[in-house]
Ligand binder design. Sequence first.
Ligand code: C2E
Ligand code: CA
Ligand code: CA
Length: 271
Amino acid sequence: MDRIERLQFSDRKSMIKDELKNVIEKNELYILYQPQINTLSNEITGIEALLRWDNSKLGSVSPVEFIPIAEDLDYIVDLGNWVMDKALRQAWVWKRKGYKFNTISVNVSPIQINKENFKKNLLNIINKYNIPRNFLEIEITEGIIIDINKEKIDMLTEIMNSGISIALDDFGTGYSSLSYLINIPVNTLKIDKIFIDNINSDKSKILIKGIVSLSKSLKYKIIVEGVETKEQLELLTNIGCNTIQGFYFSEPLSENEMENLLKINGGVNNI
Ligand code: C2E
Ligand code: CA
Ligand code: CA
């Protein structure tokens, strides 16, 4: 990066910082929803909530750019609670309309998990809408494992025992040792797109097969992320991965688009 680029970069970063301050009050945030599909039945099994930000000065800012800044500034706690509240409420509206799907997945930052009142906040939101706990899956990343301690493991275990599912996101991209799986309570592994991008290589295939067989033995569910082509889908089906999320089936969708997909996809369920 040369001097001008560095200046532009730091200007943009400080603008993002400024603009993030009242982002909730300014009504600039919204959520897109991406379906997770069972490829055997072609049904939507879950929906992941993905945060979006359209700012009056900066335009649309990717979460890849603003989430780390929100984490640095601790704003992520308020943003995270906002997403949890909105996504759960919306998903529960869909569920009550009778659409078929099992879970809504919400990304949770390690900074949120480090806060003392994380579990309390989470349960408060669920109780506010009277939602069954097993309707929610939280997605955590290997990042939380770096400084995990017994207290946090106990807290996550309590969350899991309360009925909420825990998914380990971006699985395989961190540098932690696999031995953490012994300690961390996990229901679902989300295999990162990086494996899928290289799925034609024998090594990637072997790795995915290994993860699938490990997951079966450990009774984890598997979701493969970033599936974009029919060829990838077929290879994954042969390996035994049956739940996928990716552009091949659907990009993240607006509320209305997601509802339309729910209407045509699984039909309506009587609950
Ligand atoms: P993630 O949790 O791994 O989410 C999956 C990302 O991959 C999303 O990017 C999604 O749009 C994208 N994606 C899905 N299928 C495909 C595909 O087939 N091909 C390609 N190329 N991409 C695909 P997005 O929405 O830009 O989000 C990026 C990251 O930002 C997320 O990665 C997550 O780490 C973070 N993020 C998004 N929303 C939230 C949130 O509410 N809270 C927190 N803490 N983080 C969030
Ligand atoms: Ca995720
Ligand atoms: Ca991911």
